[in-house]
Design a protein around this ligand. Structure first.
Ligand code: GTP
Ligand code: MG
Length: 199
């Protein structure tokens, strides 16, 4: 996908603040610090469109971006970071669930996992919740640059088992460092855009 424009639209916490757009929308979800914002920047070939940080819990609000006037991208706040206050952790769920359930133009949720770690309870709960609500989603294993070939295969299999992902469903390896997986993910995004989110 050739990127001709990538623009930050706004930050929001509740539906009446979400931008009005009919563009197919793709949301990026995952644990705090897993690399959501970095993945968005890699997809759109911009170093600093989405704010990244070595400090977990950076993305607190729901951030909206316009990509090529063709797609809307959404950087969701990360979950599972122990050091943010209990209050903030409690507010994550209703905020994100309200977004995921109430967004008519949402065509795909990209769930991002760290290839080095087994999915945690939060990851599995999100995957089950998305399946239950019949929201189209796929899994990305990021930070793949940190592992060698053999380790990658082992980790991918272990994550597949833990998630209960069927053999036919691909788990895309990704790296914001090397750009690996970028084209494969764009293919999925474009397919979801064409189908309007129908599986
Ligand atoms: P929150 O917004 O806090 O939830 O974090 P996030 O999921 O948006 O993560 P972010 O993109 O800010 O990245 C967190 C850290 O991981 C940063 O130090 C990144 O440089 C690093 N990182 C992200 N993706 C990769 C990757 O593919 N490879 C490597 N080696 N490091 C990565
Ligand atoms: Mg972020």
């Amino acid at each position: 996908m050739k990127i001709t424009s990538a623009e930050y639209l706004k930050a929001a916490v509740k539906p009446d603040q979400f931008p009005e757009t009919a563009l197919p929308e793709v949301a990026f979800a995952g644990r705090s610090n897993v690399g959501k914002s970095s993945l968005i920047n890699t997809l759109v070939h911009r170093k600093k469109l989405a704010q990244t940080s070595a400090t977990p819990g950076k993305t607190r609000l729901i951030h909206f971006y316009d990509i090529n006037h063709r797609f809307s991208f959404v950087d969701l706040p990360g979950y599972g970071y122990a050091k943010v206050s209990a209050e903030t952790q409690r507010s994550w769920r209703p905020m994100v669930e309200r977004y995921l359930q109430g967004r008519p133009n949402l065509v795909l949720v990209v769930v991002i996992l760290d290839i080095r770690r087994d999915p945690a309870g939060d990851d599995i709960a999100l995957a089950e919740w998305l399946s239950h609500h019949r929201i189209r989603h796929l899994f990305i294993l990021t930070k793949a640059d940190k592992l060698s070939g053999n380790e990658r295969r082992n980790r991918r299999q272990s994550i597949r088992t833990r998630l209960g992902t069927p053999e036919g469903q691909e788990l895309i390896l990704f790296s914001a460092r090397t750009g690996e997986g970028r084209d494969a993910l764009w293919k999925e995004i474009q397919a979801a855009g064409r189908s309007g989110g129908e599986a």
